[in-house]
Design a protein around this ligand. Structure first.
Ligand SMILES: NC(=O)c1ccc[n+]([C@@H]2O[C@H](COP(=O)([O-])OP(=O)(O)OC[C@H]3O[C@@H](n4cnc5c(N)ncnc54)[C@H](OP(=O)(O)O)[C@@H]3O)[C@@H](O)[C@H]2O)c1
Length: 251
């Protein structure tokens, strides 16, 4: 049976890699993001000339919360149903160590957290009624602790984690799976220019490697997982560092 999937944040990075991995598997995929040119480039790779399937474009800005429900309904209508949704939209603007910038903060909270809520809420309603479905949120290792370098990015991901956990608990009895993905370093547009490790246990992986791992995790029905798995150990250490030490660390 052909799986019907929505990927929000499908124009680049992890979302694009997930969408393409699913298209490769024979799924029909609605690609949601703002940059139409990037979405068209993906679609032209997977659709025969003049056809609009299996890669279907829906150009949308997730911060237009009022139109989220309509966009979701349009996507489900185009697919003729829905089996899985991946929320991968995210932003992480550079923030200096002494910078407190509400414009950047709002952008992160709006895209990373509230956009997820606006898009996933109607999908949760749809899946609860359907009695099945899979919701996957791409969060981050960054949501485990509030760090000096990224106060509101950390907050946006911690809030996303809590929202997804609550949905998981709410939807479990409706046979709906909710999976929280917490990546470590992934080489994408978001991390371009950052000095990511190229070697060692915590080396940055490609978005294709991340997508491959994410699809396996979702297929296994996991509640949450780090990508790659080694970040689980990092998280375990980080969450157990006492405040009086954590304050002094430059992480
Ligand atoms: N890269 C990493 O190391 C890493 C680590 C942990 C977690 N993550 C998380 O992984 C997710 C994907 O990030 P990425 O690394 O793949 O970065 P990316 O290549 O920059 O992708 C970000 C995606 O978010 C979409 N997006 C941004 N603002 C949007 C808006 N207003 N409306 C709709 N879509 C919007 C972008 O599409 P448009 O610009 O076309 O709208 C793009 O498709 C993010 O949530 C990020 O926080 C990344």
């Amino acid at each position: 049976m052909v799986k019907k999937i929505i990927v929000i944040g499908a124009s680049s990075g992890i979302g694009k890699a997930i969408a393409e991995a699913e298209l490769k598997n024979g799924s029909e995929v609605v690609l949601v993001a703002r940059r139409e040119k990037e979405l068209k480039a993906i679609a032209s790779k997977w659709n025969k000339k003049g056809q609009t399937k299996p890669a279907i474009l829906v150009v949308a800005d997730v911060t237009q919360f009022a139109s989220a429900e309509k966009t979701v309904a349009k996507a489900i209508g185009e697919l003729g149903g829905l089996d899985e949704v991946y929320y991968a939209s995210g932003v992480m603007p550079a923030v200096a160590s002494d910078e407190y910038n509400i414009a950047k903060d709002l952008q992160m909270l709006n895209v990373n957290t509230l956009g997820a809520v606006a898009y996933i809420n109607p999908i949760a309603t749809y899946f609860a009624k359907q009695g099945k479905g899979k919701i996957v949120g791409i969060s981050s290792i960054a949501g485990e602790r509030g760090r000096k370098g990224a106060p509101v990015y950390n907050t946006s991901k911690a809030a996303l984690n809590t929202y997804l956990e609550a949905l998981r608990n709410r939807l479990a009895e409706k046979n709906v799976q909710v999976t929280t993905i917490k990546p470590g370093f992934v080489k994408t547009e978001m991390t371009e220019g950052l000095d990511l490790p190229e070697k060692g246990l915590l080396k940055a992986i490609t978005s294709e490697e991340a997508a491959e791992q994410i699809l396996k995790i979702v297929a296994k029905g996991k509640d949450e997982a780090f990508v790659p798995g080694i970040w689980k150990l990092v998280a375990l250490i980080i969450v157990n560092i006492p405040n009086f030490i954590f304050k002094k660390l430059s992480i």
